[in-house]
Design a binder for this molecule. Structure first.
Ligand code: 0WD
Ligand code: CA
Length: 385
């Protein structure tokens, strides 16, 4: 297959009629020095209540409470049957919450403030990409992923690229066929949060309460990866209130659960496949710490361990063929350049669907019917000022 490579590794596919570009994902293409990633700045936050209603404030923010024992004996199964209200994951919210937040916070995008001297540009966010943090996590980890593919819908509207995930057939199948045991593990992750978090600073956790996964606190950050300015939102588990000098996102803490590690092989898999995801997820918004509860097979948390996001790579780099943060970020940078190169029509109804399956290059299809369109009318109408 003849390949025409540019600096950014696009491959011109000449084996199909309309010569499409594709982007390879192999780590060796991206193994060069670290790109510029600006320290993320929190520009706002929002809360989702038990009805998934958005509030433009931090009412759902939780405060983490340091457990007194290193061997806590939290029962992650407690309440699964009788104190669990599960979010309906058949409802696809796409970027709706972020878009609502943008409309409520136009003044945080400088030229939308109203005192702009060039009103013709007043519908511009002066931001290249708007998306969820979780979508960027998937992009970052793609060079090392060999199981789960993804699809990302991209729309260029008023100069900004909006990126919203589309669930793959395979992911939907997996979700619909989850076993009771898998559901219980997912619940356990939320239950762990309840054991460690209080509603108020200085308060106590209430493990007797109900776990409601509709509720969420999300921060919105602005950062830049080389030439790409990004605004994204991510769910934050809790705040460490013990050092009042720490401002967001440095005061945030990510909570995780993981199976207790018994064998060197389990440890190797933990380093190679799990820590990459944890690192990418927390690195993106600048969350410095991950508190992990290791559980046994009865769902009891038997030990706690804290990981510093910026030191995770030092823990894993001795593994053979290990992942590299620079590869993840260089790949993300090139993917975003690829999106800019491919998507050039500024049209809220048009969607370019980028797809990736393990072992393949990233490809795309263009859609002008409404199948994948995700910018709601209420957003489009209110961004025209
Ligand atoms: O496809 C998605 N990931 C979508 C997410 C589509 C539409 C909406 N959302 C939003 C929800 O509003 C949620 O509040 O996802 C938010 C979380 O976004 P994120 O921070 O960008 O996602 P991610 O980093 O993947 O997940 C963070 C946490 C997870 O914690 P763990 O420790 O398991 O990584 O958010 C939860 C989960 O607790 N979570 C979700 N909550 C609601 N809807 C979802 C989801 N689709 N995915 C993960
Ligand atoms: Ca978490």
């Amino acid at each position: 297959l003849p390949k025409t490579e540019t600096d950014e590794h696009y491959i011109l596919r000449t084996n199909n009629a309309d010569s499409k570009l594709a982007l390879p994902v192999q780590p060796d293409y991206y193994d060069k020095s670290f790109p510029d990633y600006r320290q993320p700045v929190e520009i706002g936050c929002f809360s989702l209540d038990s009805n998934r209603q958005l509030f433009n404030d931090a009412r759902q923010l939780k405060y983490c409470v340091k457990p007194t024992s290193k061997n806590p004996n939290f029962n992650l199964r407690d309440g699964y049957k009788d104190r669990y209200i599960k979010r309906n994951d058949n409802i696809k919210e796409k970027l709706d919450h972020i878009l609502k937040w943008i409309l409520l916070n136009k003044h945080k995008f400088p030229t939308l403030s109203g005192d702009d001297k060039s009103p013709a540009l007043s519908n511009q966010l002066h931001t290249d990409f708007i998306t969820w943090r979780g979508h960027l996590t998937k992009i970052l980890t793609t060079p090392y992923e060999n199981r789960e593919g993804w699809m990302l819908a991209v729309t260029l509207f008023h100069g900004t690229y909006y990126m919203s995930e589309v669930e793959t057939e395979e992911a939907r199948r997996q979700r619909e066929q989850r076993t009771e045991m898998q559901e219980e593990l997912i619940y356990g992750g939320y239950k762990f949060e309840q054991y460690l978090c209080a509603d108020k600073p200085g308060g106590n956790p209430n493990p007797a309460g109900v776990v409601n996964t509709n509720e969420a606190f999300c921060c919105v950050v602005r950062t830049r990866l080389n030439g790409h300015s990004l605004v994204f939102s991510g769910e934050v588990d809790c705040k460490d209130n013990s050092d009042p000098r720490l401002k967001a996102p440095q005061c945030y803490v990510e909570l995780k659960t993981s199976r207790e590690i018994y064998t060197p092989n389990q440890e190797r898999n933990f380093h190679r496949f799990k820590l990459i995801k944890w690192w990418a997820q927390s690195f993106l918004p600048g969350v410095p710490r991950i508190i992990t509860g290791f559980r046994d097979d009865n769902g009891m948390v038997v030990s706690l361990q804290s990981f510093e996001t910026m030191k995770i790579h030092h823990l894993v780099k001795n593994e053979r063929n290990c992942w590299k943060p620079a590869v993840c970020l260089n790949f993300c940078n090139d993917f975003l350049s690829f999106v800019k190169k491919v998507v050039t029509h500024d049209d809220h109804r048009m969607v370019t669907l980028f797809s990736w399956e393990p072992g393949k290059d990233i490809s795309y299809t263009v859609h002008t019917d409404r199948t994948y369109a995700f910018l709601p009318d209420w957003y489009v109408e209110n961004m025209i000022i």
